[in-house]
Design a protein around this ligand. Sequence first.
Ligand code: F6P
Length: 497
Amino acid sequence: MDYWTAIESQPASTLKSLFDGETGRVERLSFEQSGVYFDFSKTHMSKMLLENFSKLADDKGMVDQIMALTNGAPINLSEGRAAEHTAERGFGSETSVENARLLKMRMQALVQAVDAGALGDIEYVIHLGIGGSALGPELLLAALKIGDEKYETAVISNIDGCALEPVLERFDAHKTLLVIASKSFTTAETFLNARSVTDWMAEQGVSDPFGKIIALTAMPEKAVEWGIDESRVLPFSETVGGRYSLWSSIGFSVALTLGIEVFDDLLAGAADMDRHFIDMPFDQNIPVIAAFCDQYYNQVRGCETRAVFAYDERLRLLPDYLQQLEMESNGKSVTADGTPLKRHSSPIVWGGVGTDAQHAVFQLLHQGTHLVPVEFLAVVEPGHSLAKEHHEGLLLNCFAQGAALMAGKKSDDTNRNYQGDRPSITILLENLDGRTLGALIAFYEHRTFTNAVLLGINPFDQFGVELGKEMANALLAGEGNKMDPSTEILKNRAFPA
Ligand code: F6P
């Protein structure tokens, strides 16, 4: 039986008919885990669709795949290794879980040493990294910082000096710790920035800039070769993918800035979600249901994008983080066995913050010709102490948008007609803290994995980023004359002979 055909041949129900036809729909399609409430009721997920998607998941060996992921089996076939981010949270092979625990203790010891002044009087931290070595730490810092931290930490990723220079102007070189985060310890942007920071330290009279560096990497020998003392190298396992690495020593700057307890809470929240993902049947499994919705909209309703709006400034970096997680994982044209993918790969993930986005892009969401499944995130407890009208206004705007997208409003004036029947998922956190954020991020990881299994994709490699890097290197090496005429002219305009 082709389960995709069964899914595709389901008559399309409207959201209104789904709500009218089922009392208790919200209860059936909403779930709470570790202080995070997920409401899928405003999606088109009918009982029949859920049943057919569950059969498809069975057919794809979903349960075995989840076990393989969380037991440390070598599921990253193209690179011949496991994908062991869950081992950082206690779910993996015994050896990997123990290894992650030992490395975490080492990280904790270094946090304590810096706190105790072993590297001098530190007030500032520059965390250099890019992609997975920056997006996760930066998201966590923005989300969980409360303002009274001992260190001011800046995460810098871009090769553009406009990112680094203002930080160097603001920070005192003598009180700065440099953290270099790079799984491969070769990424060009990170090392150009690292050289600029060590040069700046030397120019400012820091006697031993290299003594103020901490390296976070899966290639510890390269860090030592680069000149960093082994005692300040925090390794993590090569089987932890870059975009899945915030749980590993890549989280050092987070643990240092926010405290090791916050980092532990984060891991505990993620472990809660791991347990849920492993244990729950498909019709109650939060990441699995989210992936069913993703596949429905992407494959059946032709939605090429999904929009994520955080109604909380503290979560403003979540869309950026999700772009890498989902698009680098599932933006592929072949399945895990190398044959062409016959379906759409990852949708384009985009988004912003509410309420700002309402006054910018929501026009298209309400009346445009593209159907865009929307995801709303909000937090019950405010992150500020201003008048309660701020938070009430924020949350009620969030809920009103989901309601308006679904209900629409008929008008004979076509300019003022709202079609409605536009789907959304709402995710409501009780509080924004380590535990809820850990559970939330692990939810997104497992949703991405479930989507990959449904499509047969390997979500753990990223060969697509290599060609651009190669060509940039060729240009930097002066091999521009091998480029196409358009690129040649651009280069000559920017760098006239
Ligand atoms: O170029 C893509 C990528 O390899 C990402 O997958 C990764 O997160 C990022 O670059 C940074 O890589 P690294 O941590 O090895 O510096």
